[in-house]
Design a protein around this ligand. Structure first.
Ligand code: SAM
Length: 261
């Protein structure tokens, strides 16, 4: 069966890399948690994970993969298949049904990896350690610190809720077909208590989006729609800086100050 580009299908076929991914997931497995894999595909990670854990939920969109997955489900009762688009999947419902946190993992379809990450961001309080294979460039953006070109909206938003750790890189030859880019595996661990006191989450997100929307401009320019003279006086030095210069705590302070009556 041919891999489908529109579903971001690059199947892992390197046994060493597969074991490395599985052992990283299993090593931090929290027994009160349910592991859920996004995009099992041809079951490269699914089978060894299921053998290690005994129970695994998987979400797959591609109908042509269902016969094999259904067959596997009938032989391995610990496997639960969700025949669905992950972007419509109700993680809160699953967490409630299982009465547990969710440990999400997957070799993500690269074409929709950012929407998946932002979706999981919304569910961060239901998650425990998550492991994703992504384009290396995306992992570098998530883990970036201020001052460089990789630091942006993805870094700030995800790092407000997760500790982000790049685990290892994977070359294109480990996949079939080989992608044109390098890949890497990241571990995202949600903070058990909030690390930042964000007053209004939706407003914070808007500020970060506006700030990086014009990242070469000073914040005085990028945030113009939100500013008036009295707010400018309160924001002091922030406005002469560019978004990429601000630490996350400073973004939080900036948004909270902007929101003050
Ligand atoms: N886990 C397998 C592996 O490592 O070989 C396959 C990984 S492949 C990069 C991505 C998988 O995600 C494919 O099985 C693809 O069909 C599935 N997928 C793509 N878009 C999806 C979506 N919106 N919801 C659920 N699964 C999706």
């Amino acid at each position: 069966m041919k891999a489908k580009k529109h579903f971001g299908q690059n199947f892992l076929n390197d046994e060493g890399i597969i074991s490395l991914i599985v052992s990283n997931i299993v090593n931090v497995y929290d027994h009160d948690s349910q592991v859920i894999e996004i995009g099992p595909g041809r079951c490269a990670i699914t089978l060894p994970l299921l053998d290690e854990l005994g129970s695994l939920d998987v979400i797959e969109i591609d109908h042509s993969l269902y016969p094999r997955l259904r067959d596997l489900q009938s032989k391995k009762p610990g496997l639960t298949l969700h025949e669905q688009d992950v972007l419509n999947f109700d993680f809160a419902k699953l967490a409630e049904e299982k009465n547990s946190t969710l440990q999400v993992c997957g070799n993500l379809p690269y074409n929709i990896s950012t929407p998946i990450l932002f979706k999981l961001y919304e569910y961060s309080d239901l998650l425990s350690h998550c492991h994703f294979m992504l384009q290396k460039e995306v992992v570098d953006r998530i883990t970036a610190t201020p001052g460089g070109k990789n630091y942006g909206r993805l870094s700030v938003m995800l790092q407000t809720r997760f500790e982000a750790e790049k685990l290892f890189e994977i070359p294109p030859e480990a996949f079939d077909p080989a992608p044109k880019v390098q890949s890497a595996v990241i571990r995202l661990t949600p903070y058990s208590t909030p690390k930042y006191a964000i007053g209004d989450e939706a407003f914070f997100s808007k500020v970060v989006q506006l700030a990086f929307g014009q990242r070469r401009k000073t914040l005085a320019n990028a945030l113009k729609p939100l500013l008036n003279q009295s707010i400018k006086d309160k924001l002091g030095d922030y406005l002469s800086q560019r978004a990429e210069q601000l630490e996350i705590a400073q973004f939080v302070d900036l948004a909270n100050t902007l929101k003050m009556p």
